[in-house]
Design a protein around this ligand. Sequence first.
Ligand code: PLP
Length: 354
Amino acid sequence: MKKHNFSAGPCVLPQEVMQKASEAVLDFNGLGLSLIEISHRSKDFVAVMERARSLALQLLGLEGKGYQALFLQGGASTEFLMVAYNLMENKSGYINTGTWSDKAIKEAKLFGEVVEVASSKDKNFNYIPKGYHIPEGLDYLHMTSNNTIFGTQVMEFPQVDIPLICDMSSDIFSRQLDFSQFDLIYAGAQKNMGPAGTTLVVVKEDILGKVSRKIPSMLDYKVHIGKDSMFNTPSVFAVYVSMLTLEWLQELGGIAGIEEINDKKAQLLYSEVELNPLFTGFAQKEDRSHMNATFNLTDESLKDTFDAMWKEAGINGINGHRSVGGYRASMYNALSLESVGALVDVMSELERKA
Ligand SMILES: *Cc1c(COP(=O)(O)O)cnc(C)c1O
């Protein structure tokens, strides 16, 4: 039986996507060849790359608005340095909302002055800073929209007249936003879009080419754009599965369609955390993530009982990250409402038993 997979990443993907992907590994498009043994420059694969790129822009509502979509390698972690490499001349600003922002800051410091515009480190990142002052003279402002480890999510982004850069690794394609407020969005595929091995970068072309430093080809967004995301061999399997997942999403009604389901899942889980006296949420209420829900037991002595119960119910991947402890239920796009129902049932069963 397929488990209820709450893994934080790599994450659950739609079953029908898995089916199509496994068929393509054996025989792609009836070519008598596997998807992963043909040239990435063959017309069959070029069509995959082009479809994935255009679907990404289409779903985000960014088609024809001066943006380019790229499927790169090196994970979101490589974007931490590529963003600074390509965009920072002197000084940039970062909102520090957790481990991933922290890592992005560390890389950016290699290229210039980094201003930590706001931080929620004082409370172990259990909230999103608001109402901060953004200083003059920044080359860009960098944010993390969803904090995968701490379970917080930015609900409102600041209005700025400098490029706004966002790491959306764990909530891209999960909720409706005006994506044109961002100048560069990046996301490792393995949280909400596909398998590990590719990173989606969506960039507004006119912010590029403004820094004076020389940029190595592999780290230069303009080089990748010039080669239609085929400067070197792309991660063909990861791009293909991402394309299938984006097609699946489009059929569900795009981001608007999935957002409705994601809201229901979050509502169901958080209302149990609220009502059940045995659990307490980690993140502050107004900043709770609809993707990663973090919560703890109020009575730690129930841990072994609870752990045995959810495992018995076929649930996988809800152990919290070591920096928060407790539990983390990741409810990415492909996780069904039924799976959240299974977890909530176990939580209420614990209350009846205890
Ligand atoms: C997982 C994650 C990353 C790191 O992604 P890699 O692809 O493993 O480099 C960066 N940012 C956020 C928000 C994440 O959740």
